[in-house]
Design a protein around this ligand. Structure first.
Ligand SMILES: *Cc1c(COP(=O)(O)O)cnc(C)c1O
Length: 424
């Protein structure tokens, strides 16, 4: 049985088989970082890989493309090899390239092929805004009015989207579906396997935004037959600010011409023929565009090593346990203080963070920061707190709850205005 005591918390840390990874990360003395779902922390291995890549540049100049410790020419492919197990795909189905939003543009430009009355794109009303902006602009390129051609499935409670409601919206007017794997605010996991099967039954292609799940939960994109996916590598994967993103394309679509072509999508052996006829790679590599951002990819070499060693199943197991403990503590220690837990409670439906709701969320977040805790705020009333399997301890979670309690009982938050900062 869970016990709300510091002794019990310390025992959980002793029994934690992933606790040894904590010392690999740069944790700041006196702060508890609960925002690894927005920007993961730097690990020593990621730092080393970055410095080695700088060294390669220093030593080899242009020859760094093929020489040095981490040659750049096939770096995107080598990283894909490390990343593929985290998304449940074959190496050739994955590539490290672009950013989330750019990759979404690429994949929609490639796979949105309106025909006859099948012209609409289906998304949901809780999705991250950048994805919506990308879809709206892609529709405009086709001269379709986004207000009519972009369908956004409604949430019944403002927190989650029911799979039934999505399936009901899969009409014969829908050409393409874009959904998150995990909702960024409530942490709801969508049932990707079921939604993919239902979409395919109706002849609709489906792609997922994996920003809030890759590195936190296991996926089986190939087995579920998902058409494509895209994600960033700077959240749970700790690739660093602006780190290069990733994409997955189901092998059955290999050979589909990229909507946005560029020379780095070439077959590797043909790229330097420098012909004006494009020969795309026969892999997910075809959806790369230009020269890879080498220094923004290099940290991933070190970071992904840690994931290979730790194992995504173990990471998910601890993530579920530590988040459960966190929620249990919140319920015991913070009752009557106006908090509500907004994420789904069952294991199969919750991602890597706790969505804590409070009408005073914005200023409670400021108070948390003043107390050395780094959360993030999502308007209007959500405090996101993410205990990260690789570097958050049970004692951290205990301390967060104790400090939250103190902030509330002493009304410390009242000295702040209840609005957000520029970067919330
Ligand atoms: C973080 C995040 C993004 C960010 O997109 P970038 O192109 O990397 O800036 C997009 N979608 C979702 C769901 C996210 O969580």
């Amino acid at each position: 049985m869970m016990q709300p005591t510091l002794e019990y918390t310390k025992r959980l840390d002793k029994e934690d088989s992933l606790s040894k990874f904590r010392e690999e990360f740069y944790l700041r003395q006196g702060t508890i970082y609960m925002d690894g779902n927005s920007l993961g922390l730097l690990s020593k291995r990621a730092e080393r890989a970055l410095l080695e890549s700088v060294e390669d540049w220093k030593e080899h100049g242009i020859d760094g493309w093929t020489k040095g410790k981490h040659p750049w020419f096939d770096l995107s492919e080598r990283l894909a090899d490390l990343l593929a197990p985290l998304v449940g795909a074959a190496t050739e189905e994955v590539i490290v390239t672009g950013s989330t939003t750019v990759n979404l543009h690429q994949l929609v430009a490639t796979f949105y092929q309106p025909q006859g009355k099948r012209t609409k794109i289906l998304a949901d009303e809780l999705t991250f805004p950048s994805d919506i902006y990308a879809l709206q602009s892609q529709l405009r390129i086709h001269e379709y009015d986004p207000d009519q051609y972009l369908i956004r499935v409604k949430s019944r409670d403002g927190r989650i989207i029911e799979e039934e409601d999505i399936i009901e919206a899969m009409t014969d007017e829908v050409a393409l579906i874009i959904l998150p794997t995990v909702q960024y605010r409530s942490g709801q996991i969508l049932d990707m396997k079921r939604l993919t099967a239902e979409a395919h039954k109706r002849g609709i292609l489906i792609g997922f935004d994996g920003c809030h799940s890759v590195g936190a939960i296991p996926h089986s994109f190939s087995e579920w037959d998902v058409d494509f996916a895209y994600w960033c590598n700077y959240k749970y994967l700790n690739g660093g600010p602006g780190s290069v993103g990733g994409l997955y394309v189901n092998r059955k679509h290999f050979g589909t011409n990229p909507g946005l072509a560029g020379w780095f999508g070439s077959r590797k052996d043909k790229q330097f023929d420098l012909e004006h006829t494009f020969t795309p790679a026969e892999t997910a590599g075809a959806y790369q565009i230009g020269t890879p951002h080498v220094l923004s990819m290099a940290p991933l070499l070190g970071s992904l090593e840690i994931f290979v060693e730790a194992g995504i199943e173990n990471i998910r197991k601890k993530s579920l346990e530590i988040n459960q403990y966190f929620m249990d503590l919140i319920e015991v220690e913070l009752t009557g203080l106006g908090f509500e837990i907004g994420n789904p409670r069952t294991d199969a439906r919750r991602g890597g963070h706790v969505c804590l709701e409070h009408p005073e969320a914005a200023r409670i977040c400021k108070s948390l920061k003043e107390n050395g805790i780094i959360p993030d705020f999502r308007a209007p009333n959500v405090i996101r707190l993410a205990p990260i399997a690789l570097y958050t301890s049970y004692e951290d979670v205990w301390n967060v709850v104790q400090i939250l309690k103190k902030i509330m009982l002493e009304k410390q938050y009242e000295k702040f205005a209840n609005g957000r900062e520029i970067v919330a």
